[in-house]
Write a protein that binds this ligand. Structure first.
Ligand code: ACO
Length: 332
């Protein structure tokens, strides 16, 4: 049986920074409030002519280059995004495939909000273990600034742009394989976090869509409480199912939504500070891109080494959630 190995990581972070100070000139907020309630100090914002696929393709090129695998060997691209270049079609993954010069491969997007990267990791693992694909490029890419209402202080302080990508490959060596992935969803909480207009679920009299129809709306406080409960339960379950102790985890890589959520989950697992990967302060919440951007951060700062075990943990709109036990397994 083939196993799936996490071979490489890459990311792209747009250069423009939007600070808390700048936001406090746009809405009634302050650096103090944002820092205390979220841990976020700044976020990066894509240029107006920079699309989700541009950022995804740049992250993917880096992941491919670092994998040591020739791009002709990639047989599938999956992109997790809630801010695709185009709402219905073509998918962002197909646009990225062209930007990478890849033809005749399977390419599609999935929508699982902030849990998107864990979802596409599980899909890549399943395709590889079923023997249907050998080298899968997975990409979390978001231009959340395009769907953020910059007059709503409850959401605009949270979100940023960026992309992260990884190459997942078939291996015969169980030692380097992804150990387990949990994914879940509960649509009865759909209204906590949504883009309520602009889709087939909203009635429109006119074909003209307001730009604001795609903006995100969130019931932050209710989402916060469910996030802490769900994330904690999910990681405790995946560790217990696999007889792994939290002390065996080298890098806990949570979705970077809010420092208080991450700390609460870290405390529940009795994790030490050095085990917890934090990028929320400098990137904010980049939804499906946040986990691979965080993995890239520890890779580029020399903290991620071959064989080290990562625990990924995510929660987002849907509601969706997921966790994964992933050894970092670059090709020698
Ligand atoms: N600046 C100043 N005051 C603010 C701001 C702001 N930016 N935003 C809200 N407030 C006010 C509120 O109006 C409220 O005032 P009131 O007490 O007078 O009514 C007060 O601050 C408290 O508001 P809460 O919403 O209760 O604040 P909370 O502590 O919950 O923090 C936050 C809000 C940061 C949004 C938090 O709830 C959160 O992080 N929620 C979870 C987000 C999340 O994990 N989402 C899922 C992933 S995202 C995805 O899937 C795309």
């Amino acid at each position: 049986m083939a196993y799936a190995a996490f071979r490489s990581i890459g990311a792209y972070i747009p250069s423009k920074i939007l600070s808390n100070e700048e936001l406090s000139k746009m809405v009634d907020t302050s650096d103090e409030w944002i820092t205390k309630r979220t841990g976020i100090k700044e976020r990066h914002i894509a240029a107006s002519d920079e699309f989700t696929s541009d950022m995804g393709a740049k992250a993917a090129k880096l992941a491919l280059q670092r994998s040591g695998i020739d791009k002709s060997k990639i047989d599938m691209i999956i992109c997790a995004t809630i801010s695709p270049d185009y709402f219905c079609m073509p998918s962002t993954a197909t646009i990225i495939s062209t930007k990478l010069g890849l033809k005749n491969i399977t390419a599609f997007d999935i929508s699982a909000a902030c849990t998107g990267f864990v979802y596409i990791l599980s899909i890549a693992k399943a395709f590889i273990e079923a023997g249907m694909k050998k080298n899968v490029l997975i990409i979390g890419a978001e231009k959340l600034s395009a769907i953020t209402d910059y007059s709503d202080r409850g959401t605009c302080i949270l979100f940023g742009d960026g992309a992260g990508a990884a190459v997942i490959s078939a291996t015969d060596n169980k030692e380097e394989a992804i150990i387990d992935i949990h994914t879940g969803a509960d649509g009865s909480f759909a209204d906590l976090l949504m883009t309520p207009n602009g889709g087939s679920g909203s009635a429109h009299d006119s074909l003209e869509q307001e730009a604001s129809s795609c903006f995100m709306q969130m019931k932050g406080n209710e989402t916060f409480k469910i996030a802490v409960k769900t994330l904690t339960k999910d990681v405790i379950e995946i560790l217990s199912d696999n007889n792994i102790q939290s002390s065996d985890i080298k890098h806990f890589v949570p979705h970077q939504a809010n420092l208080r959520i991450i700390k609460a989950v870290g405390d529940a697992l009795k994790l030490k500070d050095e085990q917890i990967v934090l990028t929320v302060e400098k990137y904010g919440n980049t939804s499906g891109a946040s986990i691979p951007m965080a993995i890239n951060d520890i890779y580029e700062s020399g903290k991620l080494h071959a064989g080290e075990l990562m625990l990924l943990d995510a929660f987002g709109g849907g509601l969706t959630w997921g966790s994964a036990l992933v050894p970092f397994s670059p090709l020698k």
